[in-house]
Design a protein around this ligand. Structure first.
Ligand code: HGY
Ligand code: MN
Ligand code: MN
Length: 433
């Protein structure tokens, strides 16, 4: 039984800290690493070097994912994929995503140091786009791997109007002579080849993702790690409300068609309807923009997003329906025009029962009390479930804080997670010996 060096978890945390600074961030004074930006490319080059040191070959796949490969005992062995994402939200924390990639690297480093070859290969994925913080649709790169992409890639552009195709071209062309190592690049196929990131079903044994909990449950129970039972279903919309721009000083209140006042009523209804459902449903307006955006101009147009989630798809859908109906009522009452576009619909994704049992056994063997919990946050695992059975391990994070620079993980908890992951891998190997 291979056990990671006690510094493996601490090294994983330290590497996440290192990636939280320039040149691995697109923003000064904080962390924002967006898909296919120079910061993302610098990160891929650096993490590719760490994969190489751990005994893997590394490549960039056609969707801009970093893939480290550790061969199995047989050349045609199926793969266990261990992964998470390298991108971040704006002004995010260092561990949401990268910690799962670094711990995957640490698992391979421990196996490589022990000269251990398994009945399966291990591919460690650093997915490029999980947060959807640059382009409108989220999780593009793990959906490409899983073969579940349902968006027209040619029409996707970021808020600066940069098409996904151009961003991918620039990312592939980036000169990585500063990189720690020459990454064996797949031929940069450009947007036409994006779908070629897809992995063949039947050749992937399972998917394992370690991730911070991003919630308070483990900390409240005094536990370092827990086994994830499944991931909540997620609907995301973009709403545009249109009224009549006007002079703030001369337009009487009676004559106004103010889309921002209307949007404010809509935003409040999102909160009210989610609360009223009195269930696990959560609904959020995370982005709002008033145009033209001047203090002395009544806005002409307002754009905002709505994110609705629940562990139970029908509950999610019921509240989403109520929200959309209320938006229609408010727009009609205020003589506003509106358009609602669904950005994505991600179904609830249960983790695999047999893999959860392996995870629990590995937890107990590592001296931890087994604890199962659902994930309200979305993860690449929800897409990989279309390709293979999935397992997730949650790691305690301070105060459950995430999507916030105050995100914090105790290196000792990361060490425990590494031991549990290695125990999971060994149990999976025993099943497939
Ligand atoms: O939105 C989420 O739950 C994830 O952080 N992308
Ligand atoms: Mn995440
Ligand atoms: Mn996140």
């Amino acid at each position: 039984m291979v056990t990671g060096s006690c510094s493996g978890g601490a090294r994983a945390v330290a590497r996440c800290d290192q990636l939280g600074l320039a040149p691995y961030s697109d923003m000064m004074g904080g962390l924002y690493r967006a898909y296919l930006t120079p910061a993302h490319r610098a990160t891929v080059d650096q993490v590719g070097g760490w994969m190489f040191e751990a005994g893997m070959s590394a490549r960039i796949d056609p969707a801009g994912n970093l893939v480290g490969h550790y061969p199995g005992a047989r050349s045609d062995a199926p793969a266990l994929i261990i992964g998470s994402h390298l991108d971040s939200v704006r002004d995010g924390g260092c561990y949401d995503g990268p910690l799962g990639v670094m711990l995957g690297i640490e698992c391979v480093a421990a196996l490589h140091a022990a000269g251990r070859r398994l009945p399966f290969a291990i591919d460690v994925y650093g997915f490029g786009d999980e947060e959807g913080s640059r382009f409108p649709a989220a999780m593009l790169s793990s959906r490409a791997v899983a073969g579940t992409l349902d968006v027209d890639l040619m029409t996707i552009a970021d808020t600066h109007g940069v098409p996904l195709a151009d961003a991918l071209r620039d990312f592939n062309a980036a000169d990585d002579d500063e990189g720690v190592m020459q990454i064996l690049e797949t031929a940069p196929l450009g947007i036409a080849g994006f779908h070629k990131a897809r992995r063949r079903t039947g050749h992937v044994l399972a998917y394992l993702e370690a991730h911070i909990e991003q919630g308070p449950a483990l900390e409240a129970d005094g536990l370092a790690v827990g086994t994830v039972t499944g991931i909540a279903a997620q609907l995301r919309y973009r709403v545009v409300v249109t009224g009549m721009a006007g002079h703030a000083g001369t337009t009487t209140m009676r004559l106004r068609r103010d889309p921002l006042a209307g949007a404010a009523a809509m935003v409040l209804s999102v909160e009210q309807l989610a609360r009223a459902d009195n269930s696990d449903v959560v609904a959020t307006v995370g982005m709002i923009e008033a145009l033209p955006g001047a203090p002395n101009v009544i806005p002409g147009e307002v754009r905002f997003t709505i994110d609705v989630r629940s562990g139970v798809e029908t509950r999610r859908d019921t509240v989403a329906e109520q929200i959309l109906d209320r938006i229609v009522e408010i727009a009609d009452a205020r003589d506003l025009d509106f358009a609602i576009e669904r950005i994505h619909d991600l179904p609830a994704s249960p983790c695999d029962a047999a893999l959860m049992d392996l995870m629990d056994a590995a937890l107990v063997a590592a001296g931890q009390s087994p604890r199962r919990l659902v994930s309200g946050a979305g993860h690449d695992a929800m897409n990989m479930a279309a390709l293979c059975p999935t397992a997730m391990l949650f790691i305690r994070c301070k105060g459950g804080i995430s999507h916030n620079p105050a995100e914090h993980v105790d290196p000792a908890d990361a060490d425990i997670a590494l031991q549990v992951m290695l125990g999971f891998i060994e149990r999976l190997a025993a099943k497939h010996a």
